[in-house]
Ligand binder design. Structure first.
Ligand code: AMP
Ligand code: MN
Ligand code: MN
Ligand code: MN
Length: 283
């Protein structure tokens, strides 16, 4: 049976389309009972999300999705139950935010060379005060007719080898796990099936992640195809890691999966929420 828990989603504080309040309301309307808001490198939406969660009678878990560079690849690590007042965490995110600004200028320079002017200003207008992400550039490009949808923009402009791609150095896996651990959180490797790592590197990654104190991997996520649920359930078991689930919802039209539609974790998985008081009623 599926459990109404969603431990990965985004608000307007990063690249989601819904405000923290609207996102929580949406989750509640779809039957979610325990929700983690996990904005990219950003925790400033959590206070607002907590207030909304109280109104809607759902449990809100502190979360964040941290970008990491591992073996020249970008990986995402979700930190759950972090202390959002932890100064090392806040300082690190401030640095990431500044680096994302520099990167955004570089992305815009790349796009300008490909004949697309005004991308920084355009993406900034969409991002407002949020951290600048490739999603904001993608939305700008669709709005101005450079591609028919977000998926096509990414393929044509925003991935490795394309004019709007910048080889950015994020924090190390070790640093991200230390930040999560030191702020009292648990580290979850986000959507491992998206990294295209191959057998050897995936095993190396999971081994290293476990050794650095990682707790779980996402098994059921909007970023996995159904056959990958079993594949990563097996790997979680092999590496003695718990399993997590989350929609990775970014808002209407910007998501692979709607909220409240997550299938159950495959049998044999140990849920990352197993000891959480918020989830005790739901299992
Ligand atoms: P950034 O952290 O700035 O590199 O932006 C990454 C975000 O872009 C991801 O979290 C997704 O929301 C979005 N994204 C990445 N690849 C794609 C894709 N192929 N299609 C749609 N959105 C994508
Ligand atoms: Mn995103
Ligand atoms: Mn991600
Ligand atoms: Mn995400």
């Amino acid at each position: 049976m599926s459990v109404p828990i969603d431990l990965h989603c985004h608000s307007t504080m990063s690249d989601g389309l819904l405000s923290p309040e609207d996102l929580v309301a949406h989750a509640a309307s779809k039957g979610v009972r325990v929700l983690a808001l996990t904005d990219h490198d950003e925790v400033s939406g959590l206070a607002r999300a907590h207030a909304a969660a109280e109104q809607h009678g759902i449990a809100l878990i502190n979360g964040v999705e941290i970008s990491v560079t591992w073996k020249k690849r970008t990986l995402h690590v979700v930190g759950l139950r972090v202390d959002v007042e932890n100064s090392a965490l806040l300082m690190a995110f401030q640095q990431v935010r500044e680096a994302r600004e520099v990167r955004a200028r570089e992305i815009a320079d790349g796009l300008a060379k490909a004949g697309i002017a005004g991308a920084y200003e355009g993406a900034k207008e969409i991002a407002g005060n949020s951290v600048m992400t490739r999603s904001h550039f993608a939305q700008f490009m669709v709005k101005h007719g450079h591609a028919k949808n977000i998926k096509t923009v990414f393929k044509k402009y925003m991935v490795k080898g394309k004019p709007g791609y910048v080889n950015h150095e994020w924090m190390s896996l070790e640093q991200a796990l230390q930040l999560i651990r030191d702020s009292g959180g648990v580290a979850v490797l986000a959507h491992p099936g998206r990294y295209d790592l191959g057998f050897v590197n995936m095993h190396l990654l999971l081994h290293e992640f476990r050794n650095l104190g990682g707790a779980a991997i996402e098994v059921v996520t909007g970023s996995h195809q159904p056959p990958q649920y079993e594949q990563f359930a097996k790997l979680a078991h092999r590496f003695d890691l718990k399993a997590s689930q989350g929609s990775d919802y970014h808002g209407p039209g910007l998501s692979f999966m709607e909220m409240g539609r997550l299938p159950a974790l495959p049998s044999g998985c140990v849920p990352v929420w197993q000891d959480w008081p918020e989830a005790s009623q739901l299992q």
